[in-house]
Structure formats: structure tokens, C-alpha cells
Design a protein around this ligand. Structure first.
Ligand code: HEC
Length: 434
């Protein structure tokens, strides 16, 4: 697009008999501002999760070298999935061409250009386009410490079955909300979560790996959000079933930079439908032995441990989805996420086809517990009977890589699956339909 926009100018100059035309330097207004707005300002804004704002020319040039370095090293924007794997909706990453444009702009002295010349406003792809239901945390909560994982139980207001067709979270206090996961608790599982809520003093209860009840296979995610995200509409014509009497448990990870970040009251926003063409399920995928404490040993002091497991899930689809999807049929995977804890270094989810070829769904070469989110494919993946879904996770359990908890560096020890901060997981979550 940009090349065509410049074409008349090039012709005009050439017609005047000039020499070789220097490629026009990118300018702030024309090239850089739209890029920063799409990929940086969502977090780098006053009161945002990032430590400083990046919205104006002055702010970007003041930190010029740091900005350039962070972008060229692909540390920023934080998007963990490898782009060599597949394409995702709502991917804020800068393309190689965009990174080059930014470099050229800095080299040219960061020219401002003329306001109103933005060639293409880069809208963030995806985004929740309709809000039919807003569910607020029932109480204000004052987070403490750098890593405070807190769960809150929220009533589901509808008296008839509804389908969730899109999700995002709106932090009440953007300077401390680091990620938000909504769990869907079906009516017959609600009591266990209410007990947790009542057992602990203060608002909500502490939870870390999940919604708080260990290995509760009856629950699934309703959505997940990380800073900078505009939320997403689930694949056209699909939605997650919510029965009357259900509850939503929202897990908020608070990561405060200051001693007193103030209180938070986060809101979940959802798009709903009364009917959908394809009922979807956000279902966990892992080796069933691992949560039982078998086969996922991570011995003390081992620097590199990898566990890999694959299965053709189609014969068990009915079981895995409480009967929502039929067994022994092809399924479509629209969205996925992967989950490890603090020792995790790398994870990957792929389909091993019956013919032996592999198709990558998600590859996170540098796992970071702090940046969890959903990855929605631009085109759904089809898994047929005979194909395997393969999950693989790596950990670093060396003495150097131990987390600092409560101010103290932990000692390396044998680690297995568990819900605690110092336990580990290797869990995929897939959003699937028939
Ligand atoms: C999803 C939220 C998010 C987005 C989007 C984001 N940042 Fe950041 N950024 C952060 C946070 C949080 C930090 C603080 C350090 C950390 O946690 O990594 C940070 C730190 C930085 C730093 C200093 C540390 C470093 O790694 O160099 C720079 C420079 C930076 N960001 C630039 C950018 C630029 C440029 C963009 C857009 C191309 C961007 N960021 C997009 C959240 C974000």
C-alpha cells in the first residue's frame, strides 16, 4: 500500500530530471505513530501496566535507544508465540518490515512529518466488538506484594442457557492487573468454590494455578486476558455453553510496582448469544497421569527436563467435553493456550498427522508465566481421527533458576505437578467445536 502511495511523487521528481530519488524517510505521523498506537500504547500509557508511557513523539524519542533495542530484540511487545508456527488473530508483534521502518526512522533523526498523514491506521486485529454482559468483581480488593493471585466468585445472572461468544477483561486498576482468567463453574461444582471463598478472610481467596480446587476436571475457562489485549470474539457461529445457576470464578494476577497500588475492581465483558451453530468447549489437554503425580518428574538441579505426550483425542471427545461433542469425529481447534509455572522454559502444542507430518499450533520458545493469554488462529485447525495432539514442555530446575518467593530464593528440589507456586504444570487448553 505504502509503495503505491509514494509512486506519484517518485514520477513527479523523475520528470523534473532529478538524480536518483532517496527513499523518503519514515515520519512519526505517517509511519511510526500508528505502529506505536497498535503495538505499544495499550500497556505503555499513563496508569497502564508498563512502567512508562509511550504515546507521544517526545516519549518515544526520549527513550529512543531503549525502544529500538527492545523492538529489535523482539522483547516488546511481549507476545510469546513464535510467528514461525502459525498465524494468530490479535497478534501485536511488529513484522520484520515494521521493525526495519522503525530503525530507518531513528536513523533519519526521528522526523515528525505532518499530522494527519498516517497512511494506514493499524487497527488492532480482533477485539471484542459487542458487549452483552458486564460482570464486575463483587468487592474492591487491595492487592499486596508483587505476585498476588486472587480468585473471586461472581454470580451468573441469566435464567436460560446462554452462549459466550467473546470475552475481554477491563481492569479496575490497570497499574496492577497483570492477567485475568475467567473460569466457568457449572451448577453442580459451585459449592466447592463458595466454600473456598467463605473459608478465607477478606475479599476472594488465594489461588494460583487455577480456580483453586485442585484438578477439578469439571470446569473450563470462559476466557483469558492480558494487558494490551482488546479481547476477542470467538470463531464465527461458535460459543461456550453457560447453564443457569453457574458461577464465574475470576482469577486476577496482581503484580504491583508500588507498595500502595490502591484497590481494584475488575470487570469481565462478554458477548452472548441465545443459540450458536457450533457449541464450543474450552477443554484442558494433558497427559492424565501427570496431574496424578506420575510421569512428569522434574528432578532437583536438572538444568533441562522435557516431557512430551501425544494422543488421538477423538475417541474420548464425548468424555472430555461432558457429552457436548461427539466422539470419533473430526474436530476443529480455533484457539489455544499453554500453561506452565515458574520453572517452565519452553512449551509447544502441535498436531501429528496420521501421515507422520507435524502442524504447529503454538510454540512458546521462552515461556514467561507473566504473559499468559489465548492464541486464536486466523484459520481453524482440523484434527481427524488418527491424528495426535502432542504437548511438550521443558523446565530448568537448576539452582540458578529458582524463583524468589517472599524475598527468599528457593532451593532446588524434586518437582511434580501441583497447584502451588513451587509445583509445575504442563497444560494445554483448546477451544474446539465439531
Ligand atoms: C502487553 C503489554 C506491553 C506492550 C504491548 C508493550 N510493552 Fe513495553 N513493557 C511492558 C512492561 C510491563 C514493561 C516492564 C518490564 C517487563 O515487565 O518486561 C515494559 C518494558 C519496556 C521497555 C524497557 C525494558 C526493555 O525490555 O527494554 C521498553 C523499552 C519497552 N517496554 C518498549 C515497548 C515498545 C516500543 C512497545 C511496542 C512496540 C512495547 N513496549 C509494548 C509492557 C508492554
Amino acid at each position: 500500500m505504502r509503495r503505491f502511495a509514494l509512486f506519484p511523487l517518485v514520477v513527479a521528481v523523475a520528470a523534473c530530471g532529478g538524480g536518483p530519488v532517496p527513499a523518503a524517510a519514515p515520519t512519526w505521523h505517517q509511519d511510526i505513530a500508528p505502529l506505536v498506537e497498535r503495538s505499544c500504547s495499550g500497556c505503555h500509557q499513563p496508569g497502564g501496566i508498563a512502567p512508562f508511557p509511550l504515546t507521544t513523539l517526545e516519549q518515544v524519542t526520549k527513550l529512543g535507544a531503549a525502544v529500538r533495542a527492545a523492538v529489535e530484540a523482539k522483547r516488546m511487545p511481549p507476545f510469546l508465540a513464535s510467528n514461525d508456527c502459525t498465524d494468530y488473530v490479535d497478534d501485536p508483534s511488529l513484522s520484520q518490515a515494521e521493525i526495519a521502518t522503525l530503525g530507518k526512522w531513528f536513523d533519519a533523526g526521528a522526523p515528525e512529518g505532518v499530522a494527519g498523514t498516517a497512511v494506514n491506521r493499524l487497527e488492532q486485529a480482533g477485539g471484542l466488538t459487542r458487549v452483552d454482559l458486564s460482570l464486575q468483581m463483587p468487592v474492591d480488593y487491595v492487592p499486596h506484594g508483587t505476585d498476588d493471585y486472587r480468585c473471586f466468585v461472581i454470580d451468573w445472572p441469566h435464567q436460560t442457557t446462554k452462549y459466550v461468544t467473546g470475552f475481554r477483561a477491563k481492569p479496575g486498576n490497570a497499574s496492577t492487573v497483570h492477567h485475568v482468567i475467567g473460569f466457568l463453574i457449572p451448577p453442580d461444582r459451585v459449592a466447592a468454590y463458595q466454600q473456598l471463598d467463605e473459608a478465607e478472610a477478606g475479599a476472594g481467596y488465594t489461588c494460583f494455578g487455577g480456580a483453586g480446587v485442585p484438578n477439578d476436571r469439571g470446569i473450563s475457562w470462559v476466557g483469558a486476558w492480558a494487558p494490551g489485549g482488546a479481547g476477542n470474539m470467538y470463531a464465527e457461529g461458535t460459543g461456550l455453553t453457560v447453564k443457569p445457576g453457574s458461577k464465574i470464578v475470576v482469577q486476577v494476577h496482581y503484580n504491583s510496582r508500588t507498595e500502595n497500588p490502591g484497590s481494584d475492581r475488575t470487570t469481565l465483558e462478554m458477548a452472548l448469544a441465545d443459540e450458536v451453530r457450533h457449541k464450543a468447549v474450552l477443554t484442558p489437554f494433558t497427559n492424565p497421569d501427570w496431574p496424578r503425580g506420575m510421569g512428569m518428574e522434574i528432578p532437583a538441579f536438572q538444568k533441562e527436563v522435557t516431557h512430551t505426550w501425544g494422543l488421538d483425542p477423538t475417541p474420548y471427545l464425548g468424555l472430555m467435553t461432558n457429552g457436548l461433542l461427539p466422539s470419533n469425529q473430526a474436530m476443529k481447534i480455533h484457539m489455544t493456550s499453554l500453561h506452565q509455572h515458574l520453572l517452565g522454559t519452553r512449551n509447544r502444542l502441535s498436531i501429528k498427522r496420521a501421515d507422520g507430518t507435524h502442524e504447529c499450533l503454538l510454540d512458546i520458545p521462552q515461556w514467561d508465566f507473566h504473559w499468559q493469554r489465548n492464541y486464536q488462529f486466523t484459520r481453524a485447525k482440523v484434527l481427524k481421527p488418527g491424528d495426535q495432539l502432542v504437548i511438550s514442555c521443558s523446565w530448568d530446575n537448576s539452582a540458578e533458576n529458582q524463583p524468589v518467593l517472599g524475598g527468599a530464593k528457593q532451593l532446588s528440589r524434586d518437582v511434580k505437578w501441583g497447584e502451588n507456586t513451587t509445583d509445575e504444570m504442563c497444560l494445554g487448553v483448546v477451544y474446539v467445536t465439531e
